[in-house]
Design a protein around this ligand. Structure first.
Ligand SMILES: *[C@@H]1O[C@H](CO)[C@@H](O)[C@H](O)[C@H]1NC(C)=O
Ligand SMILES: *[C@@H]1O[C@H](CO)[C@@H](O)[C@H](O)[C@H]1NC(C)=O
Ligand SMILES: *[C@@H]1O[C@H](CO)[C@@H](O)[C@H](O)[C@H]1NC(C)=O
Length: 953
């Protein structure tokens, strides 16, 4: 709108005050307004007719009336949208594609529709046909396209492209660099005028990674550092020929370039990010944050009311009363006015009951809906609060198991998706990329399914449900004629851990490998079926009953004496040759294995005190091992009062009272037992963990503890009080407090070299090779410098260092050299991600590369372990190992893959020594109903020789 003030011409029709003006309404411009606004102008006519006094019609009356009419328009697709011939996003040269013989999960019928042996025809960026008789129905397309790409997928699973409702792709870019950290504005709690697209970096390394995980569409949200953080945009992740951020937006709202829809065309949805809770404490208390919402919406409400009053007059033709008044508007608040007019899908970051309740109250006070609550760790506990939200309950967008990282996520639960679904609330799984690498968003749905969400809702949670919450379900999230040609062909059932895209199309363009749509990954037909999942009824009921904090220790039943485990399919041991198939029965005596095998194990139900467990064809395996997080040091990452405190930093100056200029700390002294993350790890079969307070100290002595122990003095709680020296070499600006953060790389390496050559205390043990040295770095260059340091020290001292590189994203670039030097590697995270500049040269793994770092390193002869970054991940180590197995494409056996998170880590970290022993201290885990990697299986117990019990959960 050019001018909002009514403009009156000096002469002619408008100057004389009291002339009856009804007749002049047929002036050309007003007549046009009549045509577009038939109903309104009819009213206007009538109302004018009722007024005896004549009105002075402004010259820009039509513009004003159009603008008023626009206020009442609602967003959404045109009614004939699905009849479109071609996509608005079509790229020139997009070939028609016929995908034949697919098992298609369409998303329709609440996600329950599966079309088998179906063909899918993609043309001009949209889905033209789906079904079995496509050839007949679409003869023209098939005949006229000499470049038709045909592809028989042999019955493989096909789903719509994955939709990530919560991503910071492009605004929190990878690798993280200060120059592109554009996710949170520091400029106050209320900023509805900001737009994520204005900061959108089209060079983010993560786009291609996300596509390789099947993600095709994402909502790019500003950060959650502000109550109203700014406008969000829905983008497709593929490259566009235009290369601009704008060209990646799906249905850009007209406000973005200040245009209005053509006559007959509806508006498009706008998107807004809001946040409440802890993050807002930077601007005061929760009370302040809520006032900031209310005062902002009050401002918007005043403008809305003024606009409505203005437009009512204009539409009634009461132009005289508008003289000197301009259309009430304010660029800063127009977004919130659109919220009040129901034109905006709000994604609201909000964790706790109290915060959810606050926002729900506000929606009723100001009468606007919330499309989705995000994070929402306690939403599953308050379904009735959600149902009170104005306009209906929002969808709930959550993580599967990433909980307890801050106070407000402490009650998050892996059972939340199912509980929400049982209450009729829409469940969305989201990445919050890069918090979770969105490449593995599907894995969130797999976990939700593992923890009892139905399969159709699990698949919908990353496709159709988020599409609906974003107002995009008319074109993405389903496989249906007329929808965007965003399609993924999977190499196994998509709800199985390890599922990878064989090919991904966005707007009909194949994204992986060659343009011909070639399938990159072969399929394992044995894994096509839906995985069965364990029964979690008891755990889920407890989770609800105890409001997210079910007791984790008192549910353990401790059995002394003889425990007979029946129907055991395999006993895995740390060496492949010892792994026993079909042992049938295993008997534990006071937690120790007494016999294995039907013949060797003689027992009777009548024996006094005997406990009998039916493993239902499950497996007994050594406990897995976790390394790399603050597990056992910190209960809640975001709460300093639950953690070990800031470590001593040799580069920052160690107080003289410490009496050791390196400030070397023994992390064992800060161990904390019985944390929820540790107990959950224990209940999931991760029975041992090594930890070090590296977050703040360059030098720490790593300690190893039992995750299931409740205090340090319990027998077997501490496996080792100093099994390795952990050293970090860090670049500036990588989040490290001081030391490595501000001291040069060469200075850090010089100091380490000197300490080893001087050989005092622990550094002497390292120099002699009796204590492993774990160096934390991602960079191949720093690894090379450390290799040179090793050679140097070994040459001068005539010793052999036991060196391990942890982090090691770029280790595959120097795999042969590491093998020659007998240096081990702990990959952390286990899935390569180019988080920082030092970690950017990753081997991404299939379908982007033929091989992975894990395989490359092992092929070169390097011993490899897999680490984790955060405590909650410790209960998922077996799935990390399974991914390594799948991605190795049969190079690794399952057993070798499991070693990556068990015996290999123990070896690399020097866990076993003269003061403890593998046989005494390593626990056995009972997996019921399947093997260690199977989604069918569930950990039901841990046998501990050292503690002389079998624990049953
Ligand atoms: C479709 O794939 C299935 C599974 O591979 C196969 O048995 C069937 O013969 C295929 N049908 C056609 C029409 O190609
Ligand atoms: C403005 O945006 C609308 C909506 O995407 C689009 O149709 C129109 O072509 C754009 N106009 C200009 C000048 O960029
Ligand atoms: C990956 O493997 C395929 C099939 O074996 C081969 O055609 C391709 O060249 C390989 N790519 C690379 C980068 O090695």
């Amino acid at each position: 709108m050019s001018s909002k003030l009514p403009i009156y011409v000096k002469d002619g029709l408008s100057d004389e005050g009291n002339r009856r003006r009804r007749v002049t309404l047929n002036s050309k411009s007003v007549f046009l307004a009549f045509c577009t606004l038939a109903l309104l102008s009819f009213n206007l006519f009538l109302v004018s007719g009722n007024h005896e006094r004549s009105q002075r019609i402004p010259q820009n009356a039509q513009e004003i009336l159009s603008q008023c009419a626009l206020l009442k328009q609602t967003p959404g697709p045109p009614s004939n949208f699905h009849a479109r011939e071609s996509s608005d996003r079509l790229e020139e040269g997009t070939k028609a594609t016929l995908i034949k013989n697919a098992t298609v999960w369409t998303g329709l019928s609440d996600g329950k529709e599966l079309v088998k042996r179906a063909d899918i025809l993609l043309e001009k960026g949209i889905i033209k046909g789906l079904g079995s008789s496509i050839e007949k129905k679409h003869l023209r397309i098939l005949r006229d396209n000499d470049e038709l790409v045909e592809l028989d997928v042999g019955g493989a699973w096909v789903t719509p492209g994955i939709v990530d409702l919560h991503s910071h792709l492009g605004v929190f870019s990878t690798p993280k660099l200060n120059g592109a950290m554009d996710v949170n504005s520091p400029n106050g709690p209320v900023l509805p005028w900001l737009r994520s697209i204005d900061a959108f970096n089209t060079h983010d390394d993560a786009f291609q990674l996300a596509i390789s995980g099947g993600v095709t569409t994402a909502q790019v949200l500003p950060g959650s550092g502000n109550a109203i953080g700014g406008q969000a945009f829905i983008v497709k992740l593929r490259k566009t020929s235009d290369r601009s951020a704008t060209s990646m937006i799906v249905e850009p709202p007209y406000t973005l370039n200040g245009t209005t829809p053509l006559p007959g065309q509806p508006l498009r949805w706008r998107h807004l990010k809001q946040a409440c809770g802890e993050n807002l404490r930077r601007y005061g208390t929760r009370m302040d944050a809520l006032w900031s919402f209310r005062s902002a919406y009050d401002e918007a409400r005043k403008i809305k009311n003024a606009q409505d009053a203005f437009c009512t007059k204009a539409e009634q033709g009461l132009w005289n009363e508008l003289k000197g008044e301009s259309f009430p508007d304010n660029l800063k608040w127009e977004m919130l006015v659109d919220v009040l007019r129901g034109k905006v899908k709000i994604a609201n970051h909000c964790y706790e009951e109290t915060d959810l309740d606050d926002i729900v109250r506000i929606t009723n006070e100001f009468k606007f809906p919330i499309a989705s609550f995000h994070h929402a760790s306690e939403a599953w506990l308050v379904p009735d609060v959600l149902k009170r939200a104005y306009g209906g309950p929002p969808a709930i967008a959550i993580f599967a198991s990433n909980h307890r990282y801050k106070r407000e996520s402490f009650r998050g639960s892996e059972f939340a998706p199912r509980v929400l679904a049982d209450n009729g609330i829409s469940v969305v799984m989201k990445s919050d990329h890069p918090v979770l690498n969105s490449r593995y968003l599907l894995s969130e749905a797999q976990q939700a399914h593992y923890f009892s969400l139905s399969p159709h809702l699990a698949l919908a949670s990353v496709t159709s449900t988020p599409a609906k919450a974003a107002g995009m379900d008319h074109r993405v999230g389903y496989i249906k004629e007329g929808y965007d040609a965003d399609i993924v062909v999977w190499d196994m059932n998509p709800l199985r851990v390890g599922a990878r895209p064989r090919q991904v199309w966005i707007d009909g363009l194949a994204q992986l490998g060659l343009e011909d749509g070639r399938l990159l990954v072969s399929e394992d037909k044995g894994l096509r079926s839906l995985p069965k999942t364990p029964n979690w009824d008891r755990e889920r009921d407890d989770a609800v009953k105890y409001e997210g904090l079910p007791p984790l220790d008192t549910i353990i039943k401790k059995k002394k004496g003889r425990v007979v485990v029946k129907d055991v399919k395999e006993v895995w041991s740390s060496s492949e040759s010892e792994t026993l198939s079909k042992p049938g029965t295993v008997i534990f005596e006071d937690g120790k294995i007494a016999c294995v095998g039907l013949l060797k194990c003689v027992w009777s139900e009548k024996e006094e005190g005997i406990t009998v467990v039916d493993l239902k064809g499950g497996v007994i395996a050594p406990g897995s091992f976790s390394f790399g997080s603050q597990l056992g040091l910190q209960e809640i990452q975001g709460e300093p009062s639950t953690g070990p405190g800031t470590g001593l930093d040799a580069f920052d100056g160690v107080p003289s009272i410490v009496g050791d200029e390196t400030g070397l700390e023994k992390s064992v002294d800060a161990l904390k037992f019985g944390t929820r993350n540790a107990l959950k790890a224990h209940l999931a079969g991760t029975t041992l963990s090594s930890t070090s307070s590296l977050l703040s100290s360059p030098y720490t002595l790593t300690s190893t503890f039992r995750t299931g122990s409740l205090n340090a003095l319990e027998d077997g709680a501490i496996i080792s009080d100093g099994n390795a020296l952990h050293v970090t070499i860090k670049r500036p600006g990588t989040g490290f407090r001081a030391g490595g953060g501000s001291v040069s790389i060469s200075a850090q390496i010089k100091v380490l070299r000197d300490l080893l050559l001087k050989g005092e205390g622990v550094f002497g043990d390292v120099a002699k090779g009796s204590l492993p040295l774990i160096v934390e770095t991602g960079s191949a260059d720093i690894i090379a410098a450390i290799v040179r340091l090793k050679r140097d020290v070994e040459g001068k001292l005539d010793a052999k260092l036991k060196l391990v590189i942890s982090g090691a994203s770029e280790a595959h670039l120097v795999a042969d050299e590491l093998a020659q030097e007998n240096i081990g590697v702990i990959l952390k995270p286990s899935h390569a991600f180019p988080d920082s500049w030092d970690e950017r040269r990753i081997l991404a793994g299939p379908p982007l590369t033929n091989t992975t770092s894990i395989v490359t390193l092992i092929k070169s002869g390097v011993t490899v372990g897999l680490g984790v970054k955060e405590g909650w991940e410790a209960s998922l180590t077996r799935f990390d190992a399974y991914w390594a197995y799948i991605d190795s494409d049969n190079f690794l056996t399952k057993k070798q893959a499991y070693d990556l998170v068990s015996s290999n880590l123990e070896t690399l970290l020097g866990v076993w020594s003269s003061t403890n022993s593998v046989d005494e201290d390593r626990d056995w885990v009972l997996y019921e109903g399947g093997d260690v990697f199977a989604l069918e299986s569930k950990v039901i117990g841990v046998a501990s020789g050292r503690r002389r019990v079998v624990e049953l959960f």
